[in-house]
Design a protein around this ligand. Structure first.
Ligand SMILES: Cc1cc2nc3c(=O)[nH]c(=O)nc-3n(C[C@H](O)[C@H](O)[C@H](O)COP(=O)(O)O)c2cc1C
Length: 221
């Protein structure tokens, strides 16, 4: 629970009155503690995922993550939700040994890719200027933007999934070239990472690893 202070900031009850909790120095617009836990603080990466994930949930997931910002609204990420046993079997040979079993057992595995020709859709996605012309030319000049913004959208996917009550297991341990051949053949879409989706069992988690402190990872200039 979070209590509003007179200056508009919020603090948790564990924080002495009048002192803003450095963990949650928030404005009155901030989400509540339970939501922040769900999205960040207690959310974990799961190896064992079960349960059901409906197609409607996958559509709701996309309809949330699509609102995350990308440069020039380019939205380069492309998603393949690998759900059927047949599709899982197609994916299997591309997976690293350590990621295979848990991926085959998860209700859904999403392949997050990015379209190197994302700029073709800019006349629709960013109509007020000729943004397509910024990216016209050799494809290799678009790789950095496609990868950067596609990675952001992959992160939005993880947070959107958590916000819908799903657990996630992102992985980069697979053969990208094989996945591209299996799922993106004949296109300019390249795989970035894959992510299992489902419902995790907290009792099966190993202890959480630490994170860098603010002073180790950041500075204010
Ligand atoms: C892009 C990405 C790639 C990852 N690749 C793998 C992987 O191939 N295999 C694996 O077991 N875990 C993988 N992980 C899981 C991370 O090790 C895990 O998210 C991290 O240790 C944090 O764990 P926590 O969320 O439980 O604190 C990956 C995570 C991300 C975001």
């Amino acid at each position: 629970m979070v209590v509003a202070l007179t200056d508009g900031t919020l603090h948790s009850p564990a924080t002495p009155a009048g002192q803003v909790d450095t963990d949650i120095a928030m404005t009155s617009h901030a989400l509540n503690d339970a939501t922040l836990d769900r999205l960040f603080r207690t959310a974990r990466t799961h190896n064992e995922l079960g349960g059901e994930v409906s197609d409607d949930t996958l559509r709701a997931l996309y309809d949330l993550l699509k609102w995350g910002p990308t440069s020039a609204n380019g939205s380069p990420a492309r998603f393949v939700f690998v759900k059927s046993p047949e599709a899982k079997q197609k994916l299997a040979p591309a997976l690293s040994e350590g990621n295979r079993e848990k991926t085959l057992n998860a209700p859904v595995t999403v392949v997050i890719g990015h379209d190197l020709d994302f700029h073709d859709k800019l006349p629709y996605l960013f109509p007020h200027v000729d943004a397509k012309s910024w990216f016209d030319g050799p494809r290799e000049n678009r790789v950095k933007d496609a990868f950067r913004n596609g990675s952001l959208q992959g992160a939005y996917l993880i947070l959107a999934a958590r916000s819908l009550g799903l657990d996630t297991g992102p992985m980069s341990g697979f053969d990208n070239a094989k996945v591209d051949e299996i799922f993106f053949s004949g296109t300019q879409v390249k795989s970035n990472f894959i992510c299992n989706l489902g419902h995790g069992d907290d009792s099966k988690l190993f202890p959480r690893s630490p994170r860098l402190s603010f002073d180790e990872a950041a500075r204010i200039e």
